[in-house]
Structure formats: structure tokens, C-alpha cells
Design a protein around this ligand. Structure first.
Ligand SMILES: Cc1ncc(COP(=O)(O)O)c(C=O)c1O
Length: 416
């Protein structure tokens, strides 16, 4: 049988949706123009709430200039080869030192990508005898890292510390029998719910159990903590995080990531992380551009203040109008409504077409049947007028949703 043959029958869990959720509209939509709160979608200006450009750095004039100058001076090729072989530079090391200083870890290693980074960290840290314990709401890259693990793993329900303790008991017993150790993995800020990981409570369990903690702080870096150094700083527990991870894909508005920890541990990772050893080094413009972003993040706290002004206005405004935004403790703002597939698609389309609001929406099967979840990502460059306009639009579409309008006029895409 041709290995590709099955694709004709089964397009995969998300591929299957492409026939339902219009390609180019719900899936793979194209937002055009400069990255800003107002962009173009299908030729119309839309107020955009779906970019993780938390601090507004993506289109910051100084960032754009440094990126462009670095691309002119170095090209995207330099340095060639993996860091270990021929792709190391003093700039890569300088950036790592700056990052280590900022996140208050002894040492930091630059990673080419967040996703592969996490996957490969988990792979490098754990062996067959070790046991992983992880939060059930973990990002796909953590799940995939866990899938690579040859040993046992236990999952605990999202942020359920009582259950985590149970899993730690099982994990410790097994690890002791095997002569292995235990790695706990959670997130600083969970990207869908906006909940913070219960890092304090997790770390407190170190008094009862022996384990090391890896925290993926993709959404917390730059947005949380007094200096923006992330959720560990916010909760005053950075020291209890043994491996602190952040990607540049969100607040830093770039590509790349970091992993920070004790010198010995990071040194081990430098020599054992397969995604770094066997992959080309991060291009110079991303390193130089990264340093510029870090400098702005450290020296312009006004960006984070603006972000939170917008976050607070949006979240309190939505709550006042009776919207359910779950239990978020971060800029990530889910708006949870009830309705079927047609309700959900109709509502999102109405928001885009008639209210010029572009946000991401998640419907079944990503969330349970009957749930419509819209996800808003406020940024430092949104304004309070943007917030007011959005809340007014949400009120209007909620009324239509409740009156069943999208059932009648919504895009009748599927039989529910
Ligand atoms: C929690 C989390 N971890 C890791 C990643 C992957 O990072 P990257 O986009 O740098 O590959 C993401 C998404 O970007 C994320 O949301």
C-alpha cells in the first residue's frame, strides 16, 4: 500500500476540519500589513486580538532598524553550522550572559526554536529509568517531549496540586525502584486558559519529594514579574525552578528561545540536546535583534505597564458585561460562550465581517461540544478605545447568539 494513500481517507485531526472551517478564513487566514492592532484581513481593516506581540515589539522602530541593519551586515546565513561545530560566536555567548543575568539563573543556552527546544530538553534530561510528571493542560511541545521519553510518565489534572502529590508518590516509588529521578513539567502561564501554573505549590512539594522542575514560561516571559522576567519572578519562586524556559515567539516578537538553570545542568544540555547539536546555529540577526529586544524590555517598563492597562480594561470590561473569561491571571483572555458549531462560526464571521474584530476562535473538537471559546491577546500597543470598541462588538454578537440568530443566518457549514 502507498503510505500516502491513507491521507485520502483520513486527513488527520486538524486536516479534517479544513472542509468544515473554510481554509483561508478560519484556518490559515492571512493578516496583512504592518504588525499592529489594526491590520488588513480580506481587504478590510480589522482590529486584531490574536497576535502574541504582548509588548508591541514586533513593529517597534528600534527593533525594526536593528533587525534590518543586522540582516544587511551579517545576512541570514552567518554563522554556518551547529554551535558545537562551527556556528558559535561571541554574540551568541554575550546574549546568553545577558539573558542569564535577566532571568536570574547561573547560565542560559540559546535555542533555535521553542517547540523543538522543549522537546529536546525533555529528551536530554530524562533517561529510561526516570519518571516524568506533567500538567494535563501542557502545550503540544511538552506532550511531544513526553512522547519521546522511553520511561514512565504520569499526568496530573491541570493545576491540581493534590493530585500532583499522588502522582509524585507513584513516580518517586517507581524512580527509586529503577534508580532514576523525577522531572515535573508545568507552564508559567497556560496559553489557552491564561491560568498561571501553581509554581509556589509545586515547588513546596520539593520538601516532601525529590524532583526537578522544568517550567515553560512562553507566555509569562516579558508579561509577568516586576521586571518582566516571568512567572517565577511574579510569584517569587524563580530559585525553585530548576530549568526555566522562554520562547522569543511571544513578548520578544522573534524566533528562538532560551533555557536557563545551574551551570552544570546547562553545560550538560549544551553537549546533549540533539535539536541544538544537530541543527544550524541561530542566525546572527536573530541574536543581535534579540539583544535589542531584551534591552528594550529591561529599560522600557512602560511597555509592560501599557500592556497591563489594556489587559485590565479588557478583562474587567468583559466581566462587567457578564462575559465568562474563565480564571485567567495573565494577559491571555479567553471568552467562553455556549453554542453549537454554526453558532461559533457564525459569530466569529459576524465579528470579522460586520464589526471588524479579528480574534481567534476555538470550537469543537478543540473544546467540548457546546462550547465556543474566543481568545483575545491584548498588547501594549492596543488602546482603551480599541478595548471599548471590542467590548461593544462582543455585546452585540452575544445578543445575536442568545437570540439564535447565527442558527438562522450563520454560515451553515455542518450538521451539528
Ligand atoms: C507554551 C508554549 N511553549 C512553547 C511554544 C513553542 O515556541 P516556538 O514558537 O518558539 O517554537 C509555544 C508556542 O509558540 C507555547 O505557547
Amino acid at each position: 500500500m502507498d503510505i500516502f494513500e491513507k491521507f485520502l481517507v483520513d486527513k488527520g485531526p486538524l486536516g479534517k476540519l479544513s472542509s468544515i472551517y473554510e481554509e483561508g478564513y478560519f484556518m490559515f487566514p492571512k493578516l496583512e500589513g504592518e504588525i499592529a492592532p489594526r491590520m488588513q484581513f480580506k481587504g478590510r481593516e480589522v482590529l486584531t486580538w490574536s497576535l502574541n506581540n504582548y509588548l508591541g515589539l514586533a513593529n517597534h522602530p528600534e527593533v525594526r532598524k536593528v533587525d534590518a541593519d543586522a540582516a544587511r551586515d551579517w545576512g541570514l546565513g552567518y554563522p554556518m553550522g551547529a554551535r558545537m561545530m562551527s556556528g558559535n560566536t561571541s554574540k551568541h555567548e554575550e546574549f546568553e550572559e545577558q539573558m542569564a543575568d535577566f532571568i536570574k539563573k547561573e547560565s542560559v543556552m540559546l535555542l533555535n526554536f521553542g517547540y523543538q527546544g522543549i522537546l529536546s530538553i525533555i529528551d536530554a534530561v530524562t533517561g529510561r529509568k526516570d519518571v516524568i510528571v506533567y500538567d494535563s493542560e501542557s502545550h503540544a511541545c511538552i506532550i511531544d517531549g513526553v512522547r519521546l521519553h522511553m520511561g514512565k510518565r504520569f499526568v496530573y489534572p491541570h493545576n491540581d496540586i493534590e493530585n500532583l502529590e499522588k502522582q509524585l508518590k507513584r513516580a518517586t516509588k517507581l524512580a527509586d525502584e529503577n534508580g532514576g529521578g523525577v522531572l515535573v513539567i508545568t507552564e508559567g502561564v497556560f496559553g489557552m486558559s491564561g491560568n498561571m501554573g501553581k509554581l509556589k505549590e509545586v515547588i513546596a512539594l520539593k520538601e516532601k519529594f525529590q524532583f526537578r522542575l522544568l517550567v515553560d514560561d512562553a507566555h509569562g516571559f516579558g508579561t509577568m514579574g516586576a521586571t518582566g522576567a516571568g512567572t517565577g519572578e511574579e510569584l517569587g519562586v524563580q530559585d525553585g525552578i530548576d530549568l526555566y524556559f522562554a520562547t522569543f515567539a511571544k513578548s520578544m516578537a522573534s524566533i528562538g528561545a532560551i533555557i536557563g538553570g545551574d551551570v552544570d545542568v546547562i553545560d550538560y544540555l549544551k553537549h546533549n540536546m540533539r535539536s541544538q547539536i544537530f541543527a544550524k546555529s541561530l542566525p546572527m540577526p536573530l541574536v543581535i535583534g534579540g539583544m535589542k529586544r531584551l534591552e528594550l524590555l529591561k529599560n522600557n517598563p512602560g511597555m509592560k505597564d501599557n500592556l497591563w492597562k489594556v489587559v485590565n480594561a479588557l478583562q474587567s470590561g468583559l466581566r462587567e458585561k457578564g462575559f465568562n473569561i474563565g480564571t485567567t491571571q495573565s494577559p491571555v483572555t479567553p471568552v467562553i460562550m455556549s453554542g453549537g458549531l454554526n453558532d461559533g462560526t457564525g459569530l466569529i464571521k459576524d465579528l470579522r465581517e460586520n464589526y471588524n474584530i479579528f480574534c481567534s476562535g476555538v470550537v469543537y473538537p478543540v473544546v467540548p461540544k457546546g462550547v465556543i471559546m474566543l481568545r483575545l491577546i491584548p498588547t501594549a500597543v492596543h488602546t482603551l478605545e480599541d478595548v471599548a470598541e471590542t467590548i461593544a462588538a462582543f455585546e452585540a454578537v452575544k445578543d445575536k447568539l442568545l437570540s439564535g440568530e447565527y442558527r438562522k443566518e450563520g454560515v451553515a457549514l455542518v450538521n451539528e
